[in-house]
Ligand binder design. Sequence first.
Ligand SMILES: O=C(O)CCC(=O)C(=O)O
Ligand SMILES: [Fe+2]
Length: 268
Amino acid sequence: MRKEEGVITTRVNAGTITASPKVAAPTVAAPKVEAAPAAPAARSEAALRAESAAAVRARLAATPGVARIPKDRLEAYVVPHFLSEEECEGLMRLIDAGKVPSGLLAPTADPEFRTSESCNLSPADPLVGGLEARLNKLMGIEPQFGETVQGQRYAVGQQFKPHHDFFHTTEAYWKEQQTRGGQRTWTVMAFLNKPDAGGQTAFPKAGLKITPAPAHLLIWNNLDVNGELNDFSLHQGMPVEAGVKYVLTKWYRERPWNGFTGAGLAYY
Ligand SMILES: O=C(O)CCC(=O)C(=O)O
Ligand SMILES: [Fe+2]
């Protein structure tokens, strides 16, 4: 049995509905044998991810104020006014205080690939801890599956070029990430303000472009309905053309995450 199986409530809930067919009572006494524990049916990692996602989907569908964005190949939602103005202000100040040049997990030859500044926001800060708890509750995902919230600040001209949030399993980083919670599943992003121009979050393959609106959440599933990596989740933070853009990103994993590196050190 997978060690982590059963930890995520969504998985537990998704897996407990079993049909009980009516069977005739046996007419002869069965020989007494010590009952062996039933072996769990082998399910692929993707199937487990799909089960978990179905529970999140059902929860979001039942939550007032959560709107699904109608796209065939990408599962995405918006939650308007999830944060208060004061929370946005406070979180932007935390980003200002902690920001360092944004990092990348895999090296790229393009110096313009991700030009923003970022920081990990410590859950020990009540503002951050409170927000994390609300996000986990919204998603119905146990806290240990969530990575640290990462803050991002984009000045004029800064951007994050098209990328996937899921891990590419051919990259060198994958071996370590497998031991640190495995694949990324959902991304929850909060827009903390509105730049004066530019800075949209675009999904070029899914045909979706979101203009930042302060205090709004954007949620998307990086996996498809079968729990496989969804290429249509490709997205980018478009260059800010005027003003400044602040967002928060929280990624969830398929298994409990153990990669906390402390505030200040941002990695992607
Ligand atoms: O800033 C954005 O609009 C996108 C950010 C993003 O893709 C990320 O943090 O993974
Ligand atoms: Fe991203």
